[in-house]
Ligand binder design. Structure first.
Ligand code: PLP
Length: 390
């Protein structure tokens, strides 16, 4: 009887917890609803969700316990290394996302060179500020051109005897702009400087768009000067959060960011994190196997077609863009930025502010459809009239 009562109590408690959770969740915007228009993350592919749940208890930080999950990790990394034309010497490391990918890359660069300066374009992601603070490194910022890309005429002038690494961005956070990666690579190769490409956003779309004939810069290891590249499967990879990957030209560089480990199944452990869930890795594996290269090419084409459609509609209501989008990132130039973003949020639509460009960002992620754009545009128009933008 007591047992029975206790079970009833627990059932009630569970019900109440899940009601509370749902109440919290109701306050969130959701990717699934299509109302989040400004984020670089997406509603995960259904296959990814399924695989994630199956691997909830796994820990790739202790691979001796989960050798099967470790194999999944290798297969997932191999898929990426393949589409990035990686040499046989290359290797990959799973990270939580673009920030950790950049941190790990700069850790390698610092260890290899024993130098302290990072040269990067002013369009670089703010994660490099964290790196400078964490690793006591100095950021040397290069101005960008009218196309919002690194001005490479400035690059050589910034290189000194203390340069540890140069950063190129393949898909900037604000605009999706792509730095002249081949030209930067050539300079770094000649100067023997570590070159890291931050392709957190562009890594899972640029190679596929190139495959189907888009004229975009090469961002892969066929460029001899490219040392590392980080790319996020939780952005254009259509996988679950958190899943990023750092690919290194030389596997041995991982030893530079490894320490001796105890109480786990391996003698050393590479990278920043210890315990790491295998669930996002299984999700990444599932979605990459399911879509394959052809699926990503198709997806890349679809988001670019929809980007074009959204741009036309935005222009038709009288708004202009900061630049023609090279990728599926649309940044709309407005005067009443705060009013527009706040009013759109009141109407239930989330776009992201890009203050320094006086613009707001829309990212056409895989879950965004034409009918979502068709619903959004009249609201955008109405908002712009209400706040006096149009
Ligand atoms: N690098 C770039 C170019 C990004 O756009 C972002 C995030 O948007 C990051 C790095 C950081 O990625 P995360 O938020 O996954 O750490």
């Amino acid at each position: 009887m007591t047992k029975c009562m206790a079970k009833q109590d627990l059932d009630e408690r569970e019900k109440s917890i899940f009601k509370n959770l749902s109440d919290f969740q109701k306050k969130d915007f959701s990717f699934q609803s299509g109302r989040i228009l400004g984020s670089m993350c997406s509603h995960p592919h259904p296959i990814a969700k399924k695989a994630f749940v199956q691997f909830l208890e796994t820990n790739i930080g202790d691979p001796g316990l989960f050798p099967g999950t470790k194999e999944i990790e290798q297969e997932f990394i191999s898929f990426i290394m393949d589409f990035l034309n990686s040499p046989p010497s290359a290797s990959g490391h799973i990270v939580s996302g673009g920030t950790e990918g950049n941190i790990a890359a700069m850790w390698v660069a610092k260890q290899l060179s024993n130098k302290n300066e990072i040269i990067l374009p002013s369009s670089a992601h703010f994660s490099f500020e964290k790196i400078a603070s964490l690793m006591n490194m100095k950021l040397k910022t290069i101005p960008i051109t009218q196309n919002h890309c690194m001005d490479i005429t400035q690059l050589k002038k910034h290189i000194t005897s203390d340069t540890a690494a140069v950063i190129g961005i393949a898909g900037t956070t604000d605009l999706g702009a792509i730095d002249p990666i081949p030209e930067i690579s050539e300079i770094c190769e000649n100067e023997h400087i570590f070159f890291h490409v931050d392709a957190a956003f562009g890594g899972f779309i640029i190679p596929f768009l190139r495959n189907i004939g888009f004229h975009l810069p090469c961002i892969d290891f066929s460029l001899k000067g490219l040392s590392t590249i980080s790319l996020d499967a939780h952005k254009m990879g259509y996988a679950t959060i958190p899943l990023g990957t750092l690919i290194l030209r030389e596997k041995r560089w991982l030893e530079e960011i490894s320490v001796k480990s105890q109480c786990i199944s391996t003698e050393t452990q590479a990278g920043i994190l210890g315990t790491r869930s295998g669930a996002p890795v299984a999700a990444g594996y599932a979605v990459t196997q399911y879509l394959g290269k052809k699926g990503y090419e198709q997806l890349a084409k679809e988001v670019m077609d929809l980007t074009k459609y959204a741009v036309q509609n935005i222009n038709n209501i009288g708004l202009e863009l900061v630049m023609e989008p090279p990728l599926n990132v649309i940044t709309v130039k407005v005067n009443k930025l705060n009013n527009i973003v706040d009013t759109l949020a009141e109407y239930g639509w989330k776009v992201n502010k890009v203050d320094h460009l006086s613009g707001f960002r829309i990212v056409i992620m895989p879950q965004i459809t034409k009918s979502i754009i068709d619903k959004f545009i009249p609201i955008l128009k109405r908002t712009c009239h209400e706040v006096g933008e149009l």
